[in-house]
Design a protein around this ligand. Sequence first.
Ligand code: FAD
Ligand code: SF4
Length: 245
Amino acid sequence: LVRNTDLAADERVRRDYAVLSRALLAGASGQLRNRATTAGNLLQRTRCPYFYDTHQPCNKRLPGSGCAALEGFSRQHAVVGVSDACIATHPSDMAVAMRVLDAVVETVKPDGSERRIALDDFYRAPGTTPHLETVLTPGELIVAVTLPPPSGGTHIYRKVRDRASYAFALVSVAAVIQPDGTGRVALGGVAHKPWRLDTADAQIPQGAQAVYDALFAGAKPTPENQFKLILAKRTLASVLTEARA
Ligand SMILES: Cc1cc2nc3c(=O)[nH]c(=O)nc-3n(C[C@H](O)[C@H](O)[C@H](O)COP(=O)(O)OP(=O)(O)OC[C@H]3O[C@@H](n4cnc5c(N)ncnc54)[C@H](O)[C@@H]3O)c2cc1C
Ligand code: SF4
């Protein structure tokens, strides 16, 4: 019975929230996907190599120690929404689709109080405290992630990466485009959190260049990762063309 219920839920996600199922299928491997949880995926840490190398300074791992990526290898790192303290990206594919779908995170605190947090408010900007990644408080548990009623439209998740599987996004685009040309886009691989701006969504009918201009007006790439800007523009153009075909 449980299995049947889950299958029906799977089918509903594939039918009504296809951008989410496509993002999930673009992540990790079958084995990892079958074990990973929704909350764990939202809360996975950055893949910045210096975060894991305890011989290197890293403000996210050890606040105030510095950021080795700023003068180091930064090909994978963020190009927008960065700070002088941290240029890490958030690695989740699922979170990018959840963001374009306006997902809400539901939590319970140790005192039993409950909260509903829009995904955009859930993740913090790096600022001067990149070790604080979300607005969760100590002991607060995610108990559900909910999606608004289906919005229809064409759903696309395009992930560009160094190899076809088992790799994190250099740039990804989640898009839900309506028949009248309006829609929403969120990008992965470019910022500390899924990157979506209302001002960029408003430009979707004008085309990819206008959307790109709005999304990346404040971009601050490094010499090693400035290629991500061109990649993001081309991926946006490709996705919007496909959505309108
Ligand atoms: C080789 C490899 C490749 C990968 N490739 C991708 C990829 O391409 N795309 C992608 O998106 N991901 C990728 N991943 C990441 C993978 O999807 C995550 O490791 C996985 O989603 C984490 O889920 P989990 O349930 O195991 O979380 P855990 O590792 O168990 O938890 C992560 C964090 O969340 C906390 N947590 C878990 N549940 C809750 C809760 N309910 N409330 C509060 N806190 C909670 C845990 O305490 C922990 O701090 C990859 C991982 C590996 C190892
Ligand atoms: S980019 Fe962020 S995670 Fe990486 S070394 Fe710098 S502070 Fe640490």
